[in-house]
Design a protein. Sequence first.
Length: 306
Amino acid sequence: MLKTFMMATAAVCIAFPAVAQVPAFPPAFQTREIQTNGVTLHVRVGGHGPAVLLLHGYGETGDMWAPLADALDEDHTVIIPDLRGMGLSSHPDGGFDKMNQGKDMQGVLAAIGVQRFDLVTHDIGNMVGFALATQQPDRVGRFVLIDAPVPGVGPWDEVLKNPLLWHFRFGGPDMERLVAGRERIYLDRFWNEFSAHPDRFDEASRDHYAALYARPGGMHSGFAQFAAFDQDATDNRVWLATGARLNMPILAIGGENSFGPMMATVMRFAGTNVSEGVVPDSGHWIMEENPDATVALVRGFLEAGQ
């Protein structure tokens, strides 16, 4: 099981680069450029009802959440930022540690006027969401984390030994030169190796995201997300050492061919009320490989709290 776990590791209308189309957001969604904590974040907002904040990970942007947004917007206010330095958000020189990005999210929520919210996160979004939940636990109703470890939590040191995760240490000026103009080749490796069904991450989506990561500063910022992992692990271990734990209901989801049930095992090191979920017939890229099952798991869990 651990081996499987480690292998994973508009308003303005929503606009996409002309090179490709990905699933569209509901037409009533709007975008905002929110300035907070030294960064400008590109944020999609739509729907009505209790707020839910959706956070993406590496290799994608907030665009990944369009199918889930379509399923939630009738009875939720859905908030979907591009993380610092990713997608259409700005590319600051620093601030990529996840505790600082938790403060980014606090600024987004303040700008929209949201006090209490649910969290749904994937990949690096898990790490930012975890930081936010440790900072302001009383504001989080329910928390869904999907298919990625959190630095410093559970078997993190073992995760770092996995040779498939060499990209955690890949970055710097020479590495940026290596991938310049080859962003699609570099990202294909993630979409292929961490999928159960690479063909389900279709060509339009690959071209779409590759174009976004090829924007000036895109790859540099992406590498900076990984370079901050050591600081993230330190910060999370300091928090755990205080005896604090997350007490809100948590659903820890893994792709069947990726983290699987190990996701819940890991999160029980940090939470007191953790349920397990598995997306069948899927690797890491749950919204591309099995969106219907993912939406059903997430929506069912959020509805249980209403």
